[in-house]
Design a binder for this molecule. Structure first.
Ligand code: MSP
Length: 512
């Protein structure tokens, strides 16, 4: 089995923003962690190309929907490349392989009597693309501004009996505490399940929305966008794939170990529709995926929005400060599950403090001193400085434990505990004094070896977050072939390379 992790697929109705970048970097970091520390992973991400939002955005500028989404998809791909995203699968919902598999799912549900056609008249929110009931009215008895334009109409559509599965879902979520992390989001989901009622409209007549996947048994209709989008997690994992499709082996991947999503799409899409869809498709309880729900990046306490003009563009930031500064900041300055406030000053401060000063200087000093006092040659004859091997294995265990829970900021803190200990060792042992005293030769060897070995392990620990920097560190340590996490891999007589700053300081904010 491979550790299967996904992100939400982004709507291609506008440019990628910092929220998208955060989520994809989180997915990439989790994927890289499992590849390095547990031997394998499969990271799937992609773009949600169908639906009303996309059709409208294309219409607005007078471009065919397909051309419109192609242009934006290329933008997303170029940015993910720049941000060093290592993806194993790319879920683009206009992919014919996906469309075929979605149609097979629809057909199967239909054949098993899980879909029915019905005429409905009522209120419809254009913005949220859904029918509204009295439940959606506010205290004044009106549909609030969050629903945008609300129209009344009558339409015949295909329905999926959602609430029929309410008891199953409640029981499943109650008895599977790991279905949602963090725990407080599971409580929110349980509350939402209590309010669940009715059927879900899963089709749109083509005359109203043509940009979608056609119903195989009723070609006048296309699928509701969530029914199409959620299925990407299965179809791009190889579910119902045809031979020679180039898609992975489904049995190797499913169930997904973490659907990384934002808090806004837990209820109802991922927490209600998705498990119920899977259940209706006869997936068993042990085949249910897990949801990892993250918070939002805001700006000065406000939600990012085009109208406020405060949308943060990750592309510009990556150009100004480098992809590594951005990756590090987005992983370090937020607690998974909670909101965070984006600040360019903090990005620069984090980089200069944690990377340029703490880690960068440690590596630089370590290699420098070894070169100066020992011509770069390490001696492993003596045991490491007391307690260091133990500190390292404790930090590693802590780091791994935090990573398994998607708490990347805490995993980074665990690694930085080691950075601080190593920097303190330099200060306390003062190798520059030891070097002058021939009586302390062995101790100096032990300190230099301990520091180099710690730097090597630190390179591995930061590698999911800072993949290229980790390679630069290993290369300066001439340790690219020593990738185990156990203490003591660098052999006696190992020769270090020459030091050049790994993280040059950022001197100026806003230099673009
Ligand atoms: N297309 C749907 C998801 C379908 S998944 C089967 C969608 N797309 S989206 O482009 O609007 O959002 C993509 C992801 O970005 C979601 O998980 C969403 O929560 C996340 N974010 C959007 N804005 C965000 C922030 N400001 N901060 C963090 N994440 C944010 O929803």
């Amino acid at each position: 089995m491979r550790y299967f992790v996904t992100t939400a697929i982004a709507y291609t109705n506008g440019d990628p923003h910092i929220g998208h970048a955060y989520e994809i970097i989180l997915g990439d970091v989790i994927g890289r962690y499992h590849r390095t520390f547990n031997g394998n992973a499969f990271f799937l991400t992609g773009v949600d190309q169908h639906g009303q939002k996309v059709q409208q955005a294309a219409q607005k500028i007078g471009v065919a929907p397909y051309d419109f989404v192609r242009g934006l998809t290329d933008k997303f791909l170029a940015l993910w490349n720049k941000l060093e995203i290592q993806k194993d699968g790319w879920a683009a919902t206009t992919d014919p392989r996906h469309k075929r598999a979605v149609q097979k799912v629809l057909q199967e549900l239909y054949d098993r009597g899980q879909l029915f056609k019905q005429r409905y008249s009522g209120y419809y929110s254009v913005r949220q693309e859904q029918f509204l009931t009295d439940k959606e009215r506010n205290e004044q008895g009106e549909f609030g501004p969050e629903w945008g334009e609300v129209i009344f109409f009558e339409e015949e559509n295909w329905y999926f009996p959602l609430a029929k599965h309410k008891e199953w879902l409640r029981n499943f979520v109650e008895t599977h505490p790991h279905f949602v992390i963090p725990e407080f989001r599971r409580q929110e989901l349980l509350n939402a399940i209590d309010r669940l009622s009715g059927d879900l409209c899963v089709s749109r007549p083509k005359e109203r929305l043509s940009w979608g996947i056609e119903f195989p048994f009723d070609p006048d209709y296309v699928t509701f966008v969530w029914f199409d989008a959620l299925l990407n997690y299965l179809t791009f994992a190889g579910y119902l794939a045809e031979p020679g499709s180039g898609l992975p082996d489904f049995g190797e991947l499913w169930p997904c170990r973490g659907h990384i999503i934002g808090k806004d799409i837990m209820v109802p899409a991922h927490g209600i529709y998705w498990p119920i869809m899977l259940h209706a498709m006869q997936f068993s309880d042990v085949q249910m995926p897990r949801l990892v729900v993250h918070g939002w990046w805001n700006v000065e306490g406000h939600k990012m929005s085009k109208s406020l003009g405060n949308v943060i563009d990750p592309d510009t930031l990556a150009d100004a400060y480098g992809p590594e500064a951005l990756r590090y900041y987005l992983m370090r300055d937020v607690v998974t599950g909670h909101d965070a406030d984006f600040s360019e000053e903090r990005l620069v401060l984090r980089y200069n403090t944690d990377l340029a000063n703490d880690l960068g200087n440690l590596i630089n000093r370590t290699i420098n001193m070894s070169q100066r006092y020992r011509k770069g040659v390490l001696a492993q004859r003596n045991s490491p400085v007391a307690g260091f091997a133990e500190h390292t294995s404790r930090a590693l265990a802590n780091y791994r434990d935090r990573f398994e829970q998607y708490m990347v900021n805490e995993a980074i803190e665990a690694a930085w505990d080691l950075v601080s200990r190593a920097n303190a060792l330099v200060e306390q042992s003062a190798p520059w004094h030891m070097a002058k005293d021939p009586g302390q030769k062995d101790q100096l060897d032990a300190v230099l070896y301990t520091l180099a070995e710690t730097c090597r392990i630190l390179a591995l620990l930061v590698s999911p977050i800072l993949p290229s920097a980790a390679e630069r560190i290993l290369s300066q340590l001439k340790a690219s072939d020593f990738r185990g996490t156990a203490w003591g891999e660098l052999p006696d007589g190992h020769v270090l390379g020459l030091p050049t700053p790994i993280f040059p300081r950022i001197e100026q904010i806003n230099d673009y």
